[in-house]
Design a protein around this ligand. Structure first.
Ligand code: FEO
Length: 412
């Protein structure tokens, strides 16, 4: 077939990956309306070196890409930075085609390789340790471990001549390539940033401490290009994405603003949330996002919670507990180690007053969360007599925003 498509990204180094726009959900969990890219890189030197592979969904294209660039030469090395199947799915086929190919990894890489695969190629393992180097001609590779960014075996590969960091999942993004490969060839903030944040928060977000450790380690390297396995390649303004990763992994908000998220069965809780948002808008707050948790996939809500400084969470009591969808969302956030936000609470009940205490306990199960003011509670529906109490909560949310530096542009 004639289907290969590759691009040279540096002297003797080629992108040989591909895109998947058919997959409905990444990891069978996260919607990817803009698709996803699987990046793999092939180095043509005295030795030939492939860095990671791709998902099985695009194997046919991928293998043709690799064969095309190799142009009849054998593949000498396969570097396995990450053993998750969206990057390791083609190892067995490559071993079949290139039986002498050395597989470069660490102890954990080979443990996972043997868990996922049944072939035995132990004699081809080239086990590396932290900081080890591999000279392949004009290019020399150096390996650094980045455990839990995003699995325990993850390592990154630094190419010393071109100063390229092959970063595995780190600095990746949802979103397929539309022809271009480099972040500077698109308006990254508009085309990719939201999807890069959603990818980070939901896929890597739990491991902020380990991302911080990796960033510290990488700060000692002179990096001119970052090649992730997903999303665009960075060759300009690297500080932009490094700063974003630094902020996201410290669980610091990128922006002052409010995410209002609610569950509502018949519209009464929603009514309170709309009133809060409207009253905040009247005070001049402009940076707000509002979500019905029963409608929007949690990955989008979590991504915006990662972005903004404040949250208002509202939900009814359900079956003597908390409305299930909200409960699941807050468990997911806690599971991602989400932390360090200011939160106001709204509850609703008809005969069993449960939502506020459960909301409070779930929020307080996350680190460095601050509950703003007094939770606002309605008994089936809001009454006019409660307006002053709601105004007080809105005033408290607004005061918290201002104390964090939010600028009310209409009053300035
Ligand atoms: Fe893209 Fe952790 O795999």
């Amino acid at each position: 077939m004639f289907m290969y498509y590759v691009q040279a990204i540096a002297e003797g180094i080629y992108w040989v990956g591909g895109n998947d726009r058919r997959l409905e959900r990444f990891e069978n969990m996260f919607p990817i309306p803009q698709g996803v890219a699987y990046n793999s890189y092939l180095m043509m030197d005295e030795k030939t070196v492939l860095v990671d592979t791709v998902d099985s969904a695009i194997s046919a294209l991928y293998l043709e890409n690799v064969m095309h660039v190799l142009g009849g030469r054998p593949l000498d090395y396969l570097v396995v930075n990450h053993m998750e199947p969206d990057h390791c799915a083609n190892i067995e086929e490559l071993v079949r085609r290139y039986p002498d190919m050395k597989i470069v990894g660490n102890t954990k890489t080979f443990q996972f390789l043997e868990q996922f695969y049944s072939f035995n190629k132990k004699e081809n393992y080239l086990e590396v340790k932290e900081g080890d180097e591999l000279a392949v001609g004009k290019h020399t590779l150096q390996f650094f471990f980045a455990p839990m960014v995003h699995w325990p075996e993850v390592m990154v590969t630094y190419e010393q001549t071109e100063k390229i960091l092959f970063s595995a999942d780190a600095f990746g993004s949802f979103g397929a390539h539309a022809g271009t490969l480099f972040s500077d060839q698109v308006d990254f903030e508009h085309v990719y940033l939201d999807e890069a944040r959603r990818y980070y928060a939901n896929i890597v977000g739990k491991y902020g401490v380990q991302v911080q450790a990796a960033l510290k380690k990488l700060s000692a390297l002179d990096i001119h290009m970052i090649c992730s396995v997903h999303g665009p390649i960075w060759r300009k303004n690297l500080d932009y994405i490094l700063d974003k990763y630094n902020c996201w992994s410290r669980y610091e908000p990128e922006q002052k603003g409010v995410v209002l998220l609610y569950a509502s069965m018949y519209g009464n809780t929603e009514n309170v949330m709309n009133r809060i948002a409207g009253k905040l808008a009247e005070k001049g707050v402009r940076d707000m996002r509002m979500y019905d948790v029963s409608k929007t996939h949690p990955s989008y809500i979590i991504a915006d919670a990662w972005k903004y400084s404040h949250m208002v969470i509202g939900a009814p009591t359900y079956n003597m507990g908390l409305y299930f969808v909200m409960e699941a969302l807050l468990h997911e956030m806690a599971g991602l180690n989400f932390q360090n936000r200011k939160v106001a609470l709204v509850g609703n009940y008809t005969w069993a007053c449960k939502s506020v205490p459960i909301l409070r306990s779930l929020v307080e199960s996350m680190k460095k969360m601050e509950i703003i003011g007094t939770p606002f509670e309605i008994n089936s529906s809001m009454k006019a007599a409660q307006e002053p109490e709601l105004d007080k909560l809105v005033e408290d949310i607004y005061a918290s925003l201002v104390s964090e530096g939010y600028t009310n542009t209409e009053r300035s």
